[in-house]
Design a protein around this ligand. Structure first.
Ligand SMILES: [Zn+2]
Length: 361
């Protein structure tokens, strides 16, 4: 069986002075439960950390992990971290690790989604081909199919459903993964396999689900699903439309570079929340893409790090003011090395969410 290595970068570049000891300890236990994967033991993980990082606490049982601080419920499984040519799935382990170590998130372990549910959402022949590794559909998302990628995608989509439940329960939650917004009913595309945003709408038919897609690329796949799912609304603010055309419940907002003037982006976010106020969703899915960043190889929006932080803050404050439950996902982001270029951007989204939801009374 192929081994999966969960990357565990040094904590020093992004670590805050006081990480949550119990949360770090709990993540070690969580990772160590995957004995069939090439995951370090808790002691090996502890040895990787600087001595003054924390004092070892009592081990928590695997599964739902609780920590003493107020933390963002975040779905993650070591299976998410499949080896992909792009950073797409390789980045997920480091983000999970640091979000926990920094005392921002607690990990909830999702079950892989049942492929039957995916066959209801997508063309059954596409789902069957992906499950069996049958080409060309199995690699239609843009990577060569592997069993690791298959298992990672199933776990990630399971995380979407658990994350939606957590968001409805707690007001905010994360899935440390992508939303797969380019995945269309008949096939994958743009490194997206099964559309985890549309999946939430399908599985919560009594809830109105709005997607606020702030990735560099338009959510063309999600747009197609709005024609099939009457409880799904897609609002996409992007630099690259990626085939989006816009329709009744899919708004396409294509912007030029915003490096020197962030006002158009602020206005687009304001318009998105005005739409939300009219449509009255029960749940917002926030695609917090890191690929609009000025240094991203696939980016055109030219957003600075500070502008991305402001974007996240506006979104989380908008949801909190309205008491609108929000599930956020990482979405795109392709800078490498991951640890120095990409990880800080995704962690900033966790920091913004934590600041808005957890650090305030
Ligand atoms: Zn993208």
């Amino acid at each position: 069986m192929a081994k999966i290595f969960i990357p565990l970068p040094a904590l020093s570049p992004v670590r805050k002075p006081s990480p949550s000891p119990a949360a770090v300890d709990a993540l070690c236990v969580l990772l160590s439960t995957y004995i069939d994967l090439n995951v370090p033991t808790p002691q090996e993980l502890l040895d990787l950390l600087p001595e003054d990082t924390f004092t070892a606490g009592t081990a928590q049982p695997a599964g739902k992990i609780t920590a003493p601080r107020r933390l963002i419920p975040a779905c993650f499984s070591p299976r998410y971290s499949a080896a992909t040519p792009t950073a797409s799935m390789r980045k997920l382990g480091p983000v999970a690790w640091h979000a926990v170590a920094e005392g921002l998130a607690e990990i909830h372990l999702p079950e892989p989604v049942d492929p039957i549910r995916l066959r209801w959402l997508h063309a059954p022949e596409y789902v069957d081909a992906f499950m069996a590794g049958k080409e060309p559909l199995a690699s239609s998302q843009g990577w060569s199919w592997t069993p690791q990628i298959r298992d990672g995608v199933l776990a990630i989509n399971g995380g979407q459903l658990l994350g939606a439940m957590l968001a409805l329960e707690h007001g905010i939650a994360a899935n440390i993964a992508q939303g797969f917004h380019h995945a269309r009913p008949e096939a994958g595309g743009g490194y997206c396999t099964f559309n985890g945003l549309a999946l939430v709408a399908q599985e919560f038919p009594d809830h109105k689900v709005m997607v606020l897609d702030c990735d560099e690329h338009g959510g063309n796949g999600t747009e197609e699903f709005t024609h099939r799912l009457p409880n799904l609304f897609n609002y996409s603010i992007h630099g690259t439309s990626f085939g989006m055309r816009g329709c009744k419940r899919s708004i396409r907002c294509t912007l030029p570079p915003v490096t020197g003037d962030f006002a158009p982006y602020r206005k687009a976010l304001r318009n998105a929340f005005e739409r939300a106020d009219r449509w009255k969703p029960d749940l917002l899915l926030y695609q917090a893409g890191a690929d609009p960043h000025i240094h991203d190889p696939l980016g055109t929006l030219g957003m600075t790090t500070e502008q991305m932080i402001e974007r996240d803050r506006i979104v989380f404050e908008g949801c909190r003011e309205r008491k609108l439950p929000v599930l956020f996902v990482l979405a795109g982001g392709y800078q490498e090395p991951i640890e120095t270029e990409l990880l800080p951007l995704h962690l900033n989204t966790f920091r913004a969410a934590h600041a808005v939801y957890m650090a305030r009374a």
